[in-house]
Design a protein around this ligand. Structure first.
Ligand SMILES: [Zn+2]
Ligand SMILES: [Zn+2]
Length: 173
């Protein structure tokens, strides 16, 4: 089984980490291995927001050689060059980082469902998938929580087929 290194940038909720581990196992047939909590990389003092790409690059540079990908989670809000905020960012065939800072709800089931959608979406990119025009497909781009809540946790048949092909290339089944 291929290992996926799991990191937490800052201390994340245990339940969120478990939710992510389950998605990595059940949807992508990866073996999640928690590598530890890392401090946010060169966090600027003017904002509590982290530049997503910088965090991801930092983790990819420390990833153990025996693991296939990096998956990271953070309670900090993320932004990207040119975007005020992002739910997550991925580098195809390398790794991803997701933030749950904007996913909170009084409804715990809704919160965890959002977490599952975001990690599934970003891991889809890790397996080489692009955004999908089907608004119910988990690979549909989310601009807001409303978009995230509208889409399902699943891949549409076309994305599912691409995912399985990619997983096959990595020998995951
Ligand atoms: Zn995306
Ligand atoms: Zn799709």
């Amino acid at each position: 089984m291929a290992v996926c290194s799991l990191y937490s940038v800052g201390v994340s909720l245990l339940e969120v980490e478990e939710e992510i581990e389950n998605v990595l196992k059940n949807k992508f047939r990866l073996l999640p291995r928690f590598e530890g909590v890392v401090s946010p990389y060169s966090r600027t003092s003017r904002t509590s927001q982290l530049l997503a790409e910088l965090q991801l690059q930092n983790l990819l540079s420390v990833k153990p050689h025996d693991s296939l990908f990096v998956a990271a989670v953070t309670p900090y809000d993320l932004y990207s060059n040119g975007l005020n905020f992002v739910f997550g960012v991925a580098y195809p065939f390398k790794g991803c980082i997701v933030s749950y800072a904007r996913l909170f709800s009084d409804d715990a089931d809704l919160f965890f469902s959002r977490v599952r959608k975001e990690i599934t979406h970003e891991m889809g990119h890790v397996f080489g998938l692009q955004h999908c025009p089907d608004p119910k497909c988990v690979m549909c781009f989310s601009n807001s929580l409303a978009d995230t809540d509208y889409k399902s946790e699943n891949f549409c048949p076309s994305c599912e087929e691409k995912l399985l092909l990619s997983m096959k290339k990595f020998g995951l089944f």
